[in-house]
Design a binder for this molecule. Structure first.
Ligand SMILES: NC(=O)c1ccc[n+]([C@@H]2O[C@H](COP(=O)([O-])OP(=O)(O)OC[C@H]3O[C@@H](n4cnc5c(N)ncnc54)[C@H](O)[C@@H]3O)[C@@H](O)[C@H]2O)c1
Length: 385
């Protein structure tokens, strides 16, 4: 089969969805680790800056002092993807690009199947045409469905998924397994993320979706900053310490470093295909997250309790032992750091990567700053890494 026993180290990484939340933080980590990055994105869920550049990646350039090669490209546009791929000698691909809103995926299933599945097939075909067979795929803990046991490890069954978005991730994982069986020269890692939150500790980068968001931290942030009156929590009668759902929140920079560790693994060994959980291994209730956020940021986040939602899972947290043993990676940052870093980003960029501010938010921010200093989190900036 001609499978190399030892791969040469990678130099150039092609990142799809590289201007998005996890993508941009990972690009930063890759650049700091010495990789050259070629990023593509179609701006469906991230901010397009001046001259068609990705606003998030401009901040990466500003922080690292290095240039990022970026192309606006939709993975559904295969000729354009092929044209970009041909321009560079690419060693490895990290595939973040996907639509990810669970609720929207139930309303627009065909859009989600088309974008996530066809986009991935186009990418795999272009990779193959260019003899680039090294892939890190952004998967999700959602593919485990309702857990049989906790913490959940990679041997847990997958596929019992209740929403379209999750099914696209499950189908792609299955497709990659089939591809690997048919063409064992592929070298693929699926990284199953738990719940990424937080932001880069500089306060210059963070989460700024352009579609209506569903992730919890931006919601908590918008309540704390006065854009929303309260955080709606679904279900306070689960069998958990305070009745609210348990999740495994992981700092986005820990997730980013997990990609660098996984790439080193791909470069060093031929795995064919393997999945790793990226989580902290610690379950945290929604109310614990809210209380920690309030404590760290000295703000108030009123909560409105509503009944459980159908399909929501009571508890989900990772067994991340395999990533520790085989990738040499563990999540290091605390829940407090996740909240501090998110808040630093939020308070310094109330409109995310967009420049303008609105008067009400500006007034609220001024009041917050006055009540507890310019940024309550400043003292911990250097304690993060
Ligand atoms: N954030 C989470 O909670 C979470 C959890 C588990 C898995 N994931 C997965 O991680 C990946 C990144 O998530 P994120 O939170 O950074 O989301 P994100 O929306 O911030 O980033 C995804 C990026 O992909 C781009 N994109 C979407 N479709 C595209 C296409 N057809 N062509 C080119 N670009 C396209 C979007 O514009 C966006 O910038 C996704 O695959 C997501 O499913 C995310």
């Amino acid at each position: 089969m001609g499978i190399p026993v030892k791969m040469p180290p990678f130099k150039t990484v092609f990142v799809t969805g590289g201007a998005g939340y996890i993508g941009s933080h990972t690009v930063l980590e890759l650049v700091e680790a010495g990789y050259e990055v070629i990023a593509v994105d179609n701006f469906t869920n991230c901010v397009c800056g001046t001259e068609g550049q990705a606003a998030s990646l401009k901040r990466v350039e500003e922080i690292t002092g290095k240039k990022i090669t970026f192309y606006q490209c939709d993975l559904l546009d295969k000729p354009r993807l092929a044209e970009i791929f041909k321009k560079h000698k690419i060693d490895c691909v990290i595939h973040f690009a996907a639509m990810k809103a669970v609720g929207e995926s139930m309303i627009l299933p065909l859009l989600y199947y088309k974008n996530n599945l066809i986009g991935t097939i186009n990418l795999l075909e272009v990779m193959k045409e260019n003899n680039c067979l090294q892939l890190l795929f952004s998967s999700s803990c959602t593919i485990y469905g309702n857990p049989d046991h906790l913490p959940i490890n990679e041997k847990h069954s997958i596929g019992n998924v209740t929403n379209v978005y999750g099914r696209t991730k499950y189908i792609i994982e299955e497709m990659l397994v089939d591809l690997s069986k048919a063409e064992p020269e592929w070298n693929i890692i699926s990284l199953r993320y738990f719940n990424p939150v937080g932001a880069h500790h500089s306060g210059r980068m963070g989460e700024d979706p352009t579609k209506a968001f569903t992730n919890i931290m931006p919601y908590i942030g918008s309540v704390a900053i006065g854009r929303k009156p309260y955080l709606t929590v679904f279900g306070d009668d689960y069998n958990t310490p305070d009745g609210t759902g348990v999740r495994d929140y992981i700092h986005v920079m820990d997730l980013a470093s997990g990609h660098v560790a996984a790439m080193a693994k791909l470069a060093a060994s031929h795995l064919k295909i393997k999945a790793y959980n990226l989580g902290t291994g610690r379950g945290v209730t929604v109310l614990e997250l809210v209380r920690t956020f309030e404590k760290v940021t000295k703000t108030k986040v009123p909560v409105q309790m509503l009944p459980r939602r159908e399909g929501d899972i009571e508890s989900m947290f990772a067994d991340a032992t395999l990533a520790c043993e085989e990738l040499g990676w563990t999540a290091e940052r605390s829940l407090e750091t996740m909240c501090e870093d998110y808040w630093r980003w939020q308070i310094a960029n109330p409109n995310g990567y967009r420049e303008t501010d609105t008067a009400d938010v500006a007034a609220k921010l001024a009041a917050i700053k006055e009540s507890h200093g310019e940024c309550s989190c400043q003292s911990t900036v250097n304690g993060v890494h």
